[in-house]
Design a binder for this molecule. Structure first.
Ligand code: NDP
Ligand code: GDR
Length: 332
């Protein structure tokens, strides 16, 4: 039985990856940081099947212990401060959690289990300002946020450990990927949640930033398979994972709101609070290398993804309404 260690297992990608690896028969160790209120929401259906390890990205000793305890064949380093907008008000925390922590994790693996295969969660945000479209593995980086700059560091330190210590270290340059488990502050989930709440009468308006930015949005469930495929190859390498299709935030709004028979223009208010100091105008990936070498393929398209997210939010908001109604009746 293979053993995998996942940092960031409580996040969107970590939870899909853990499910995928458990289905493949892996023993899955998940790193969870200590919080005052533990959050197992994304992992609730597999909580008892994960071997939980308490560790923090910023604490090398705890990561060394995590690698020692799990003795992994594969390490998936997904934990980070992952919200781009938060990286301007918190640039130093972002550098620690998204950049330097990658060295912590690589060091933990180098010291305790250098033969383990290592996956680093790199990002299309590294491309930032448009230099070339579509963006591929050889496109130069030009990050536009403290988050993007931190991910560039994480990417290059991974390449450097591969070249310096002969470690099997891969960097997956993943374009935006979404799901019903996406955090509520990211634009797709903010929109799907708002479409559901407005439809059900719980919200009156939706405050948004730049509606013209273009993103290449895929489904997280498809993308975690690519992470695994990268670690099954004979040689470590870096791969772009994307859909090769882009849409504006405006199209996202249109797709989500029209699905519940609403016109987004009646509800959206532009609020400077959500406009970024520097924007990534356009992301469009070319994943030919991943298709050819990994045999990776996309299963869920843009409309299907948005509809899936709105459906799940409708279900969740309806359940909230029912719960509040029964609570009010019980309290009377
Ligand atoms: P999430 O924000 O959903 O998950 C981030 C995870 O990191 C959470 O489990 C979080 O734990 C954990 N974490 C944060 N800080 C610490 C810490 N100090 N110690 C231990 N764990 C910590 O991100 P996603 O699942 O969307 O993304 C996974 C990775 O992929 C991230 O590195 C992200 O930057 C990168 N990425 C994501 C893309 C996307 O479109 N989703 C695209 C490209 C790259 P907690 O639950 O306690 O907050
Ligand atoms: P992004 O995702 O920054 O691409 O990073 P996000 O969903 O936050 O933004 C996408 C685009 O939408 C525009 N936008 C808004 N965004 C948010 N969050 N809220 C708004 O109200 C809003 N209005 C417009 C943004 O300006 C942006 O152009 C995600 C994260 O998962 C990163 O961790 C990952 O590395 C990259 O994707 C690839």
């Amino acid at each position: 039985m293979k053993r995998a260690l996942i940092t960031g297992v409580t996040g969107q990608d970590g939870s899909y990856l853990a499910e995928f690896l458990l289905d493949k028969g892996y023993e899955v160790y998940g790193v969870r940081r200590r919080t005052s209120t533990p959050n197992y929401e994304n992992c609730k259906q597999i909580k008892d099947r994960i071997r939980w390890i308490s560790a923090d990205l910023t604490d090398l000793a705890s990561l060394i212990e995590a690698v020692k305890l799990s003795n992994p064949d594969e390490v998936y380093n997904l934990a980070a401060q992952s919200f781009v907008a938060a990286s301007w008000p918190q640039p130093i925390a972002t550098a620690e959690l998204t950049a330097l922590s990658v060295t912590n994790m690589l060091e933990a693996v180098r010291i305790m289990k250098p033969s383990a295969k290592f996956y680093q969660a790199s990002s299309s945000e590294m491309f930032g300002k448009v230099v070339e479209t579509p963006q591929k593995e050889t496109t130069p980086f030009y990050p536009r946020s403290p988050y993007g700059a931190a991910k560039v560091y994480g990417h290059w330190i991974t390449v450097n450990y591969r070249e310096s210590f002969d470690m099997f270290a891969c960097s997956g340059i993943l374009f935006n990927h979404e799901s019903p488990r996406r955090g509520l502050e990211f634009v797709t989930r903010k929109v799907s949640d708002a479409a559901a709440r407005i439809k059900l009468g719980l919200q009156q308006e939706l405050r948004m930033g730049n509606l013209d930015s273009l993103r290449d949005w895929g489904f997280a469930g498809d993308y975690v398979k690519a992470m695994w495929l990268m670690l099954q190859q004979d040689e470590p390498d870096d791969y772009v994972i994307s859909t090769g299709e882009m849409h504006t935030v405006r199209e996202l709004l249109e797709t989500a709101f029209s699905y519940v028979d609403l016109d987004y223009k009646d509800y959206v208010v532009i609020d400077p609070e959500f406009v970024r100091p520097a924007e990534v105008d356009l992301l469009l990936g070319d994943c030919t290398k991943a298709k050819e070498k990994l045999g990776w393929k996309l299963e869920v398209g843009f409309r299907e993804l948005v509809h899936m997210m709105v459906d799940e939010d409708l279900k969740r908001v309806k359940a909230e309404i029912q719960f509040n109604e029964s609570y009010t009746v019980a309290a009377k």
